[in-house]
Ligand binder design. Structure first.
Ligand code: ADP
Ligand code: MG
Length: 348
């Protein structure tokens, strides 16, 4: 087959890892990002810097690629839709539009009779007065949230009054789940009933940011089967092409809830690079570039630790790794508090 040029929108660490996986498959990557310092430019073949509404830069990008995918979900729908008229965008733009809106996403999941947390749409401050039933809860912006950004814990109505929230944006209020555990299921769908699914991954968050992931997840068989079944239904219903991650909550009574869907490769799946024959990144590329689906084989149990902010520093200084440890530095120019700077996966 002739050379494939894959366009990737977004230049963060997920874009870097997609580029590395593409290289292995002899696919060229062209990244488009609105961040001049995007770390993925260190890993891709070509990098185009431009805003998501810059028609000229976007045309330049489209002309260079055969197929387009994305590594984060907050891309304007119009941009994806316009691109899709000229080159295929996968997963398709309508999937992204649905999932980037927390309310639309949760309504969609509930329509499939899949449980989510209880939630209600909030459009103005007065809406919140009748919401005792949803407290304690978390107020979340309906769009543009990630790593806990745009989220406010609300214990009582008074908490809301003391917060300076910009109600020109939409919000949902979600009832707080008494968490026992969080897990995620990553699935790559290639077409009708054709997919590869990874075993559930157990995740621990600190300050709403993922800190640790591990396989196997310590969960019972029922939860394991249910979470995979739900991930398959969601991917099928969306007619999804590529890798998708479903984040779940398990409460203290062993009830399973879908927290959210990520229409992309996911941080909790970094361990798939070392723990499986095919990583979530390679699978994503195989699916969006119509390459062969290869049966997944697990190589090892594993755990992954995110290095956040200056936790990266000791690892950068000649840190001695054992041969079951794999360190990844995202090469971000600036260390910032709460910024994911790298990760380390250990096979166990
Ligand atoms: P993001 O888009 O930033 O990943 P999430 O909705 O996944 O936002 O929230 C991040 C983390 O915050 C979750 O993984 C979980 O640890 C905690 N959290 C969010 N919503 C709830 C909830 N309703 N109940 C309990 N914990 C929650
Ligand atoms: Mg999340």
């Amino acid at each position: 087959m002739s050379q494939i040029n894959l366009g990737i929108i977004g230049g963060g660490q997920l874009g870097s890892m997609l580029s590395m996986a593409a290289k292995k498959l002899n696919i060229k990557t062209i990244i488009y990002s609105d961040d001049n310092e995007a770390p993925a430019q260190n890993f891709c073949d070509q990098f185009i810097f431009g805003e998501y509404f810059n028609k000229n830069r976007i045309m330049e990008f489209i002309n260079k690629v055969d197929v387009i995918t994305y590594e984060f979900e907050n891309i304007p729908y119009e941009t994806l839709n316009e691109m899709n008229k000229l080159k295929p965008v996968l997963p398709k733009p309508s999937v992204n539009r649905l999932i980037q809106h927390r309310l639309a996403e949760k309504d969609f999941i509930n329509k499939l009779n899949i449980r989510t947390t209880r939630y209600i749409s909030i459009e103005k401050k007065s809406d919140i007065n009748t919401l005792e039933d949803f407290l304690p809860g978390i107020l979340k912006t309906t769009t543009m949230g990630y790593d806990g950004k745009g989220q406010y814990p609300i214990k009582t109505i008074n908490d809301l009054n003391s917060l300076n929230i910009d109600f020109s944006k939409g919000y949902i209020l979600e009832k707080l789940v008494k968490l026992k555990k969080e897990i995620s299921v990553i699935i790559t769908r290639f077409g009708n009933k054709s997919f590869e699914i990874y075993e559930p991954i157990e995740n621990t968050h600190e300050e709403q940011i993922l800190k640790h992931s591990k396989i196997p997840a310590e969960i019972d068989k029922k939860i394991q089967d249910q979470s995979k079944e739900w991930a398959i239904s969601l991917a099928e219903e969306l007619k999804y092409i590529g890798t998708l991650c479903v984040e779940f909550f398990i409460d203290r009574n062993e009830n399973l809830y879908v927290n959210e869907i990520a229409p992309r490769v996911h941080n909790s799946g970094h361990l798939t690079i070392n723990a499986f024959n095919i990583s979530q990144f390679e699978n994503h590329i195989r699916a969006v570039c119509s390459l062969k689906k290869i049966p997944l084989k697990k190589i090892s149990n594993a755990k992954m630790i995110n290095l956040i902010g200056d936790q990266i520093l000791p690892y950068r200084e000649n840190f001695k790794l054992n041969n079951n440890e794999f360190f990844f530095d995202y090469l971000k120019k600036e260390i910032k508090e709460k910024r994911k700077m790298g990760h380390i996966t250990t096979l166990i």
